[in-house]
Design a protein around this ligand. Sequence first.
Ligand code: SAM
Length: 415
Amino acid sequence: MITNIRRMAAEALEEWEDGYMYAETLVDNSARAYEISREDRNLLNALIIGVVRNQRLLDHWIGQLRDGEIDIQVRCHLRVGLFQLLIMGLPDHAAVNETVNSARKGIRGLINALLRRTIRERDEMLAAVETLAPAIRYSHPDWLVDRWNAQHGEENTLKLLQWNQEPSLTTFRLNSLKPESADIVGPTERVKELEGHDGFFVSNGLPPKDWIDDGLIYIQDPATTRSVTLLDPKADELVLDACAAPGGKATQIAALMENRGTLLCTDSNAKRLPRLHRNLTRLGIDIAETEEFDWTQPAPAKWHNHFDAILLDVPCSNTGVLRKRVDARWRMTPESITEVSALQKLILSNAIACLKPGGRIVYSTCSIDKEENSELIAAFVAEHPNIKLEKEEVIHPAIDNIDGAYAALLVNTAS
Ligand SMILES: C[S@@+](CC[C@H](N)C(=O)[O-])C[C@H]1O[C@@H](n2cnc3c(N)ncnc32)[C@H](O)[C@@H]1O
């Protein structure tokens, strides 16, 4: 089958505009539908993810090249073309010819003219980038940059904007429940140990499939370990991972419990439970049970005062992981952060009833927004005299060089 990767990218980006699909899902769907080679898939991925990540800057350039309205189909082809010429640095010939040919006949002339003008004016266009406001230069919405400036200061915000524009790394953790993993998994040409993070590796592309299939490793960021370490689950305890799918943290909890005791993993999304179950099985965990439960509902009586430790890795705005979730910055709003914060507080209120006296709960997010983190916890603790905040940890990508995250350790002081 003859495929034009630029056309596939432009069509996927037009579909992305409808707001229902993640960029990664569009890459997967197109690659599967057209059965393209690994090399073509890499290019398709680079184009779709790169355009979404740099969309505001690309649109700024499009605005400079042409006054007035541009329909979305033309805009998507132009975004793909400009991304190749001004950011990816692909050879002009391939970038222009392939992009022009990928468009339908009626719009090819316009796309050709604007891309050729870009080549002529490239040096000035690139030089001017330094003078642009950070929100345009690093392609983020204004409201989000203003919010971060207020919450994290201008210097850290600037570093965060730069961090979010870099392609994300593939990192993975050794599974200590399979001791042979330490002998089999090791540095190769494409896999290196991740400096400063024991048991973690970074890989150029996906790590070998048999390491994954045999449960020797789990692909995740080192930031995910902080909340689990804070929870400090022990062998023979009764532990709940309330928002558990797909199981990244549940597998770490089971490893710290040395596969002894009981780990109940719940999630409200039934569609995510089979993958959670597969991951637990793949990593050789046999102390885990999985169950569908929606924590916006009061917990059943059988779980009241029941668990020694609870991990509450709640749904969040993803503001700490925008490097990986390229769509999120365009889809969130200040209102959606307030909405998710109300949901988080409700989940926490229902889960807290399940702690034994003296029990501990770690509330965690992959957000760096105070409304979902420290402010929410401070308000919650103020309303619950029996709950004490023992420790809080904030991971900021610009400071810690890993994904952003938040974790708070709360203890039930009731006797
Ligand atoms: C941040 S993810 C959890 C990631 C997981 N802890 C891991 O390490 O792989 C949040 C999870 O919460 C689940 N969730 C969302 N709302 C929920 C609710 N009301 N009750 C239970 N789970 C919920 C989502 O389906 C999602 O799987």
